[in-house]
Design a binder for this molecule. Structure first.
Ligand code: CP3
Length: 362
């Protein structure tokens, strides 16, 4: 009885092209969403952020976070919404004290600098320390009213560890690489806690209604192949295997994205994720040939293309679609987050071009 009601709920999704493409099922066109689609390139985002007072105040208030999650969908015909939050909410919930310095990006008040701090690291309870994120997921699902699916997300254990150890952005990763090459046991301890924290966090998002989840591995590409497999990929694999597979009778697809991971696509495709995110340095045709039917692909337009004129954006969209070729299994996206200096009208050009030009490939 319950199950039938739940199935009906899923089939009510007005636009399920994104979920279908992730599962390599046929769609009439290629679905598209944009990494960082809610952000500073949108004047309405900046207005809400000003009302909230700061980025963190915005992200920690479910009403504001819901509002900005929906803003890009009101402007563009996007095929998915992504929860408005940040990957660094997890280390913040572990007590590291996240803050932002204007123009310098994220920082931690208490980075992990000695063995004692690493030993004391704990897995935060998402329903307690990350309640505001879970509440946002619930509110966004209500507000979306089944128009498009909602993506939940987290950082990868290694990418989170980079910020936790460095204390902020880093040009050379000196501190985490010192740990990796001198005290790998300590780094493994951090990664193991992070992997358990991310698994619980993503499952809480799925429980609250996230219909797909994505793991952002922004810094895995800074490692050697061997170190990538040992310190980043292995932990993403453990997360993927611990995620809730179905909710309300529907499969919850998982996407893994390692920026700069183009050399290791076969390994990435083997960890059990439904889709692999690609940056723009990878050719989609060769990526598809290498991965075959093991996973769908997401990407991979250079975000810099959006600085070009509309005709050029059309041309570059066409190139990405042609590189993937015909058939199911492609979700269109940028190869990394959109720049804050992007003209919002160019995003509209991109989204409409993907929808128009992709029909002939399906
Ligand atoms: O895609 C979306 O629309 C969802 C929102 C989202 C944000 N951050 C909002 C945000 C997502 C998915 C993220 C992920 C994230 N955060 C990553 C992984 C993806 C990537 O881009 O590599 C990383 C590494 C972070 C850490 C982080 N948070 C950085 C480096 C910054 C500063 C960026 C900058 O340009 O200053 C943030 C802040 C942040 N997260 C902003 C947004 C919209 C800008 C904050 C502001 O409004 O001032």
């Amino acid at each position: 009885m319950l199950r039938v009601a739940a199935l009906n709920d899923v089939s009510r999704l007005e636009n399920d092209t994104f979920l279908r493409a992730l599962l390599r099922q046929p769609t009439p066109y290629t679905p598209v969403w944009i990494m960082r689609q809610a952000g500073r390139y949108l004047p309405e985002y900046n207005a809400t952020r000003a009302r909230a007072g700061s980025f963190l105040a915005l992200a920690k208030n479910p009403d504001f976070a819901t509002e900005v999650t929906l803003q890009p969908l009101a402007r563009f015909a996007l095929d998915a919404a992504i929860l408005f939050s940040d990957i660094l909410t997890v280390p913040d919930a572990m007590g590291l004290g996240l803050y932002f310095v204007e123009g310098e990006g994220p920082k931690f008040e208490r980075p992990l600098r000695n063995e004692w701090e690493v030993r004391n690291l704990f897995v935060p309870d998402p329903s307690e320390h990350l309640r505001y994120v879970i509440d946002t997921v619930t509110q966004v699902r209500k507000a979306l009213d089944n128009r498009v699916p909602l993506i939940g997300f987290s950082g990868s254990p290694y990418t989170l560890a980079c910020y936790m150890v460095e204390g902020g952005a880093s040009a050379d990763f000196r501190l985490i690489k010192t740990m990796l090459y001198s005290r790998p046991d300590l780094l493994h301890q951090i990664l193991s806690v992070n992997a358990r924290a991310v698994t619980a966090y993503l499952n809480a998002q799925i429980d609250a209604g996230a219909q797909a989840v994505m793991i952002f591995d922004t810094w895995g590409g800074s490692l050697t192949g061997a170190a990538y497999r040992e310190f980043s990929l292995a932990y993403m694999e453990s997360i993927v295997s611990g995620l809730t597979r179905t909710r309300d009778g529907a499969t919850v697809p998982r996407i893994v994205f390692t920026k700069g991971g183009g050399a290791w696509l076969e390994d990435i495709a083997a960890i059990g994720a439904d889709a692999v995110g690609l940056d723009w340095t990878v050719n989609l045709a060769s990526a598809r040939a290498r991965i075959g039917d093991r996973a769908a692909l997401q990407g991979n337009l250079d975000p810099g293309v959006l600085f070009g004129a509309p005709e050029r954006i059309h041309h570059e969209v066409q190139n990405v679609l042609a590189a993937y070729g015909t058939g199911a299994g492609h979700v269109f996206n940028l190869g990394h987050g959109i720049s804050q200096h992007t003209d919002p009208d160019h995003v509209g050009v991109l989204v409409d071009a993907v929808h128009d030009l992709s029909r002939s490939y399906h």
